[in-house]
Design a protein around this ligand. Structure first.
Ligand code: ADP
Ligand code: MG
Length: 333
């Protein structure tokens, strides 16, 4: 039985799915709801700047302030803004740097306070800004409490995501849900394209946990929830759910640490593969239990009635063990 689990974990790792314990391999079989983070999980997490709109400054200035704000961030959004801004930022001049989860960034640079983030960040700082419903993620920028424009960036859905959703449905998953800190327009468009059952947008990290708690209401032991994410802000949810799955390539260290399963290739379709391996392992574990105990009981009865020879006893012991081992190795195929 342990060997079956070892084989299961082994074959999963061959597919780039690292499972941190046989209990998680077992739990995968009971998952009926899979919850996804959006950015970096279902989408590439690589954004391109699609539009820059200024308010009272030049485009170069807007990009410069945005780049300064994002220079210390590891968020996919930060990388996408720094990429088209070819010049380097003097990090020594950044005096105060604050990354506000699901809002954006606040920095003090020379004598300016720069804000770069979403509508929530602007509202939290009482900044008058032009709200808009661009098809993409909008990064608003303000300097010394004055709005100076916004940058629209767009992300692509991973090639693998559609297959991932289809495959997990085929594995019998009842419900697929998406949680994101991004705006409603982007969330609805992704959810529709991928045919997800539910999508929640504009969430703060603690609100992601709240949505998960709501999903847990009225469930029993055998209906488990898996969550797949990549960011620092996903760590609390990864720790809360029955099976936390992190993207190993794109994912932050905190997410990988908090997760029970790590997908090295960043492909969400590996979840279905993991469930499939879990089911196969379970089947073989039970075949071995029934086979081994069955033969032993039969030979014991034969032995008690004087019908079993020494060789039958040897088979019931060593032979059965060998066959069970060979059976366990079938998982690898
Ligand atoms: P998700 O839950 O989809 O992975 P996050 O929670 O990481 O997204 O981010 C939610 C939102 O917060 C982003 O869509 C963006 O509007 C804003 N945000 C977060 N980090 C940054 C950043 N470094 N720069 C600008 N905006 C940011
Ligand atoms: Mg994310």
């Amino acid at each position: 039985i342990p060997l079956s689990y070892f084989s299961g974990i082994g074959v999963a790792s061959k597919h780039g799915i690292l499972i941190k314990g046989s209990n998680y391999l077992e739990a995968l079989r009971y998952v009926d709801t899979v919850v996804f983070d959006k950015t970096g999980t279902l989408t590439e997490g690589v954004f391109d700047v699609v539009k820059v709109k200024t308010a009272g400054v030049s485009q170069d200035e807007l990009m410069k302030f945005a780049a300064i704000a994002e220079a210390n961030s590891n968020h996919p959004i930060a990388k996408s803004i720094l990429k088209p801004y070819n010049k380097s930022v003097d990090l020594n001049k950044i005096e105060k740097y604050e990354e506000i989860a699901a809002h954006g960034i606040k920095v003090k640079y020379e004598n300016n306070t720069i804000l770069a983030g979403n509508e929530k960040l602007m509202k939290a700082n009482n900044i008058k800004f032009e709200s808009n419903k661009e098809a993409g993620t909008v990064v608003y920028v303000a300097v010394d409490n004055k709005f100076i424009g916004y940058i629209v960036i767009a992300d692509k859905i991973k090639k693998d995501s559609e297959k991932a959703i289809k495959d997990i449905k085929e594995q019998g998953i009842k419900q697929t849900v998406m949680l994101t800190g991004d705006n409603k327009e982007v969330a609805t468009s992704v959810a529709k394209k991928l045919k997800l059952d539910k999508a929640f947008s504009n969430l703060l990290p603690n609100e992601k946990v709240d949505r998960i708690e709501e999903l847990y209401v009225g469930r029993n032991e055998k209906e488990k929830i898996a969550f797949v994410g990549d960011g620092i802000n996903d760590a609390p949810v990864l720790a809360r759910v029955d099976v936390g799955i992190a993207m190993g390539g794109l994912g932050s260290d905190a997410a990988i640490e908090a997760a029970d399963i790590v997908i090295m290739t960043d492909e969400p379709s590996k979840i279905a593969k993991g469930i499939q391996i879990s089911k196969k392992t379970y089947k073989i574990v039970w075949q071995n239990i029934i086979f081994a105990l069955g033969i032993k009981i039969i030979v014991m009865i034969l032995g008690a009635t004087g019908l079993a020879s020494m060789w039958e006893a040897v088979f019931a012991d060593v032979g059965v063990a060998l066959i069970a081992v060979l059976n366990a190795m079938r998982i690898m195929k």
